[in-house]
Design a protein around this ligand. Structure first.
Ligand code: NAD
Ligand code: DAU
Length: 342
């Protein structure tokens, strides 16, 4: 029998894709998915994983130290891969409390458990910790300069991981991934909001001038990068994971509309996000030197993603009702429309 992973936040977008990646690439591993099932956690993402006798699911909070310890003891966990976080910038602007609880205190709880049971610990972080990058690309050694409550909570988690490595010699690594897309992404992030709205011929709310730049990374490339670092990363180190695929929001939106055969007039320019970072860009050379290879075909990966949302309406229509509608109204209802795309 191989290793036993505790995958915290494994019912969310990237965590559930990582569970699929583990199932495929490490068939001798056991996997314990540990997730609070917040609005973003979804067992529909894990149907085939949960049917597999090598995996188990625990619904619990990473802030609950006793539940974390119990899971580690019960299953003989040797490695924690922590995806659990509140992950949406706009929600952090509306209310930051849960971000601080999970991202800061929850990370501390997991680190303490890793210390007590002498586990390998991996923290899934984000390129947003470097803040706005007008020119060039961030290196892992650059200062952390977060601008939103979300990215500040993630940077705090990174610093705590560093401190546990330096102070207690905990065997840690961190990855800082860029904007990720693919199947099972909750329709609050820009791509699934725009794809599902476009399918329904609804407006696409574009913040500000739409000239902000994000570096798009396919979810399976993100997962393979994380997995490589979990297995081969140097202890105490951080690794960037970028897509080498920087695009302006307006350009990627026009491409999606073209691929879906929908008109560009669906684009509505709306009031900007406060503190909106104009550009993220990471240098992934350190990970490439470790042996990482990413997909080189963004259009094919985007096509796969569009097809997935078109073929799995049952998945997102269930989500886009009830509490989601309330969130959507709160987030977009009061935003002034400044114009439409010609
Ligand atoms: P997500 O919101 O889809 O999933 C988060 C998961 O964590 C959910 O299943 C949720 O139920 C769970 N969770 C939240 N709070 C918890 C708690 N207190 N205890 C246990 N479980 C809890 O997020 P995602 O997009 O899959 O992101 C996963 C991780 O990757 C996050 O740490 C995020 O910061 C990071 N990240 C995301 C991106 C991206 O583009 N989505 C890019 C880089 C890094
Ligand atoms: O860079 C990695 C980060 O990417 C992750 O750490 C976060 O978890 C993830 O949410 C994402 O953060 P962003 O803020 O970049 O993603 P979001 O999808 O919210 O927005 C992407 C861009 O699109 C950003 O410039 C804001 C813009 N946007 C977003 C939404 C939701 C719009 O123009 N309209 C929208 O409705």
């Amino acid at each position: 029998m191989g290793r036993t992973f505790l995958v915290t936040g494994g019912a969310g977008f990237i965590g559930s894709n990582y569970a699929h990646y583990l199932q495929q690439h490490h068939p001798d591993y056991r996997m314990v998915i540990y997730d609070k099932l917040t609005y973003a956690g979804n067992l529909d993402n894990l149907k085939d994983i949960l049917a597999d006798h090598r995996s188990a699911f625990i619904q619990a909070d990473i802030c609950d130290a006793e539940s974390v310890r119990q899971a580690i003891r019960q299953y003989g966990v040797d490695t924690i891969v922590n995806f659990a976080a509140e992950s949406h910038v706009d929600r952090s602007i509306l209310d930051a409390e849960a971000f601080i609880k999970t991202g800061v205190y929850g990370t501390y709880v997991l680190l303490e458990a890793a210390r007590e049971f002498e586990l390998r610990y991996h923290q899934v972080s984000t390129d947003e910790v470097y803040g706005d990058v007008p020119l060039g690309s961030s290196l892992e050694t650059d200062p952390l300069c977060p601008n939103s409550p979300y990215s500040a909570s993630k940077a705090s988690g990174d610093l705590m991981v560093r401190a546990y490595h330096v102070t207690y010699g905990l065997n840690t690594t961190i990855t800082r991934g860029s904007n990720t897309f693919g199947p099972y992404q909750y329709p609050e992030k820009v791509l699934p909001v725009f794809i599902t709205n476009a399918i329904d011929d609804e407006a696409l709310p574009m913040y500000g001038d739409g000239q902000q730049v994000r570096d798009w990374l396919y979810v399976m490339d993100h997962c393979s990068g994380i997995d490589l670092v979990v297995h081969r990363g140097l202890t105490g180190e951080a690794y960037n994971i970028g897509g080498d695929n920087e695009r302006r929001n307006l350009d990627i939106t026009l491409l999606i509309l073209e691929m879906l055969g929908k008109p560009s007039r669906l684009i509505h320019f709306v009031q900007d996000r406060p503190g909106h970072d104009r550009r993220y860009s990471v240098d992934s050379r350190k990970l490439i030197d470790l042996g990482w290879q990413r997909s080189q075909d963004f259009v094919a990966d985007l096509q796969t993603t569009l097809r997935w949302y078109s073929n799995n309406e049952w998945w997102w229509r269930k989500i886009k009702s009830g509490a989601y509608r309330e969130y959507y109204q709160r987030q977009y209802g009061q935003r002034a429309v400044l114009g439409t795309y010609p």
